[in-house]
Design a protein around this ligand. Structure first.
Ligand code: HEM
Length: 299
């Protein structure tokens, strides 16, 4: 049963204290270990963490903060992307001009666009570095294999977000990049032409492609990313928090093939290791499946 302060206990406290209590139902600074773990478990924002975490996993050098940095670049991209949507129109007639206007006529427009663009590059780089960190610390091993698979999907979605966003400025660089990119997809065996047609909505890059890339870029892919990032975080908790180095070593030891250690043959006159252990020449007893020499017959 949760140890909530009685309503009277918040009376007479500061207004901030009372507001906090009305929202989170826990005192701002819990005093005991139990209160602290309950404060984490009952708080909507904090309950992403387990109530208990390994001390080593809190150190910056364990994760280098790369997963969280990837997440924050995604948040920056969502916020700046929504602001960009106020100006952008996804048609071949308007897209490029709107981009030029944004750079010259809109207050902080150039900053907004560059922030979005550089955050997109940063997200790809950070997701790759995060993946390397996870692999090099052995954190992809059991029981975290499924979170690794989720991560691979997240990386592919991140790359696809970059690809779909690339066409939106509708300048020469954008146009030819997508011509080349979708032509490569067209070389896929058996389904290449169909995949290319589905991507472009036409046989060549034009207004249909611009509209499809826009919808994928601003709605479909971000929605899927939000769901999968939520799942990724939830899995971290369910897998017992972040991997501890010792756990990672144990997993790799369990995965490797055990090397047989040679046991020296006992010499004549050696004492048996225990009194029940048969000596050479002993008759096998009834019920001894192994014939008394300790080795089971292989089938
Ligand atoms: C949108 C991209 C991604 C985001 C926002 C993200 C976010 C995070 C965060 C915040 C953590 C907690 C630890 C930390 O900060 O490093 C984490 C852990 C983890 N991530 Fe990601 N991640 C992403 C992509 C990936 C990729 C590409 C992989 C691998 C293919 C991956 C696999 C994992 C695994 C296995 C863990 C658990 C690591 C451990 O227990 O130490 N993630 N992720």
């Amino acid at each position: 049963m949760q140890n909530l302060p009685h309503v009277d206990e918040t009376r007479g406290k500061s207004i901030l204290h009372r507001i906090w209590y009305s929202i989170f139902r826990s005192t701002p600074l819990p005093a005991t270990a139990l209160d602290r773990s309950q404060a984490v478990a009952n708080n909507f924002f904090l309950h992403i963490h387990s109530a208990k975490v390994g001390e080593r996993t809190l150190r910056f050098k364990t994760t280098l903060g790369l997963g969280l940095m990837t997440f924050f670049t995604f948040i920056i991209l969502v916020v700046t992307g929504i602001l960009l949507m106020f100006y952008y129109v996804p048609t071949p007639e308007q897209a490029y001009d709107r981009m030029l206007d944004l750079r010259s006529a809109v207050f902080f427009g150039s900053f907004l666009r560059n922030l979005h663009r550089w955050s997109a590059h940063a997200m790809v780089l950070l997701a790759l570095l995060h993946m390397m960190r996870v692999f090099l610390t052995g954190s992809h091993k059991a029981p975290r294999e499924f979170n690794w698979v989720l991560g691979v999907v997240l990386l592919l979605l991140t790359l696809f977000m970059s690809f779909t966003g690339y066409l939106l400025p509708w300048d020469q660089l954008a146009y030819w990049a997508i011509v080349v990119g979708t032509a490569i997809a067209g070389y896929a065996p058996f389904v290449g032409d169909e995949v290319r047609f589905i991507m472009l909505g036409d046989t060549q890059v034009g207004s249909e492609a611009l509209l499809r890339f826009y919808v994928l870029h601003v709605a479909v892919l971000p929605a899927v990313l939000v769901l999968l990032i939520g799942w990724h975080f939830w899995r971290i908790r369910k897998d017992g928090g972040l991997a501890r180095p010792r756990e990672a070593l144990a997993a790799s030891a369990a995965a490797s093939i055990p090397v047989p250690v040679p046991v020296p043959e006992p010499k004549d006159g050696d004492e048996p290791r225990n009194k029940d252990e048969p000596k050479d020449g002993d008759e096998p007893k009834d019920g001894d499946e192994d014939g008394g020499d300790g080795s089971k017959e292989k089938k």
